[in-house]
Design a binder for this molecule. Structure first.
Ligand code: GLY
Length: 355
C-alpha cells in the first residue's frame, strides 16, 4: 500500500474535524475493539480458494490487506475457465464482456469502483486506481475505459471461445420465431450445453495482524444482461462494504436483489450492533427474502426467492461467516492455519422442503 498521501489526508477529513470521518448509521455502541496482533484472516466466495491462499501469503509476508485481496482475485480474473469473472466471463446480450468491480480500504475508509468496463482483464486494479488516484468513487463505461487507458492498461478481447460458444447457444435458444436456428448441442459435454443465466462473482475480504481490513468484489455480472447493466458488485454498501472499526462484508449472486437492500452495509451495521458475522449475513438474507415476496415472478410456490444470493462477512476480531437462502453453498476461508471451503449457513434446507 502506498504511503498516506496529501489526497488521502484531504479525503479522510483528518485536520478538518474528526466528525467528518465517522460513518453515519453504524452501531457505534457495540463497535469492536482494535485487534492488533490478531491472527490474519481471508474470506472469499466458493470460487476463491486460490484467492484466499494467495492473499494469506501476502499478509503473512507483512503485506497490506488491499494488496492481498486484489492479488488473490486477480488469479480468478485472469482464469479463462472461471466464466463469471474477468477474462472469459460470460458476455452481455450483444456478446460483449462488461466487468464490474469495487474495492474498499478500511484504514482510510475510502473506496473505488468501475462498472460496465470493457476490454480490461483486471477491473479490480482499475477500481483501486479510482480510489487512490482520483477524487471519485465510481467510474462507468467509456469513462472507466478511458481512465484505465490513461493508466497504461492493455486492452484485449475478453471473450474466450468457451464464453462465445455459450453466448451463441443462448442466442440461438431465445426464440422460435427469429432467424437463428436452435443450437447444435450433440457431442457437447453437459456443462457446455447449458444456456442458464449466471450471476457468478468473486468477493474477497481480509483482516491483517494489525487489525487493518480491506475488500474487493469483481465480476462479469449477470450473463446475457442488457448492455450497460450494472449489478451490486461495484456499488459500495451493496456488493462490498468495509468499516475498519467493525468488519467487512461482500456478496455474490443476484445483484438486483442486493441493490434494493444494500446488504453489505446492513451486515457491517449488524456486526456493529453485536451480531456474529453469520447471524448478520442471515439477517440480510431474511431482509432480502421478505422484500422478494413483493415480487411474485421471483418467488417459488412457497414464496421463497427463486434465485441465489450469498453474503460473506468478517469482523474486527477475526470471526467470519457466510449466509445464503438455500443449503449447499460453500465459501473459502484462510484462518491463518488452514485454507479450506466451509458451508454457507442458510435459511431454507432446500427449495421446496417445507422448512
Ligand atoms: N452479483 C453480481 C451481479 O449481479 O452482477
Amino acid at each position: 500500500m502506498s504511503k498516506f498521501t496529501r489526497r488521502d489526508f484531504l479525503k479522510t477529513g483528518v485536520g478538518v474535524g474528526a466528525a467528518a470521518f465517522v460513518p453515519v448509521g453504524l452501531g457505534r455502541a457495540a463497535a469492536l475493539t482494535a485487534t492488533a496482533g490478531a491472527r490474519p484472516r481471508v474470506v472469499s466466495s466458493g470460487n476463491g480458494i486460490r484467492a484466499t491462499q494467495k492473499a494469506m501469503e501476502i499478509l503473512k509476508a507483512g503485506g497490506d490487506p488491499l494488496d492481498a485481496v486484489i492479488a488473490g482475485v486477480n488469479i480468478v480474473e485472469d482464469d479463462p475457465d472461471d466464466m463469471s469473472v474477468g477474462y472469459g466471463g460470460l458476455p452481455n446480450e450483444d456478446g460483449v464482456v462488461e466487468l464490474d468491480s469495487s474495492v474498499m480500504y478500511g484504514p482510510t475508509h475510502t473506496a473505488g469502483a468501475v462498472a460496465a468496463l470493457r476490454n480490461i482483464k483486471n477491473p479490480s486494479k482499475v477500481a483501486r486506481l479510482v480510489m487512490e488516484r482520483t477524487d471519485h468513487v465510481l467510474l462507468v463505461g467509456e469513462g472507466a475505459l478511458k481512465f484505465a487507458r490513461a493508466h497504461g492498461f492493455k486492452e484485449e478481447d475478453l471473450l474466450t471461445e468457451q464464453s462465445r460458444e455459450a453466448w451463441l447457444r443462448w442466442k440461438e435458444t431465445m426464440s422460435d420465431v427469429d432467424n437463428w436456428f436452435p443450437p447444435k448441442t450433440e457431442g457437447l459435454p453437459a456443462e457446455m450445453r447449458s444456456v442458464m443465466q449466471t450471476h457468478g462473482t468473486i468477493n474477497c475480504i481480509a483482516l491483517d495482524g494489525s487489525g487493518r481490513l480491506a475488500g474487493v468484489t469483481t465480476t462479469s455480472g449477470l450473463s446475457w444482461k442488457l448492455a450497460g447493466r450494472v449489478g451490486d458488485s461495484p456499488i459500495i454498501g451493496a456488493g462490498l462494504y468495509v468499516d475498519n472499526e467493525i468488519g467487512a462484508a461482500g456478496s455474490t449472486g443476484r445483484g438486483e436483489a442486493n441493490l434494493q437492500t444494500c446488504a453489505s452495509f446492513r451486515i457491517v451495521d449488524a456486526m456493529g450492533r453485536g451480531l456474529s458475522p453469520e447471524q448478520a449475513c442471515l439477517e440480510a438474507c431474511k431482509a432480502v427474502a421478505a422484500k422478494t415476496k413483493l415480487i411474485p415472478r421471483l418467488c417459488d410456490v412457497q414464496g421463497r426467492p427463486k434465485f441465489g444470493l450469498d453474503f460473506y462477512a468478517l469482523n474486527k476480531k477475526g470471526e467470519f461467516g457466510a449466509g445464503g437462502f438455500y443449503q449447499g453453498g460453500r465459501y473459502a476461508v484462510h484462518d491463518g492455519v488452514d485454507n479450506k471451503l466451509r458451508d454457507v449457513a442458510y435459511l431454507f434446507k432446500n427449495p421446496g422442503d417445507g422448512r
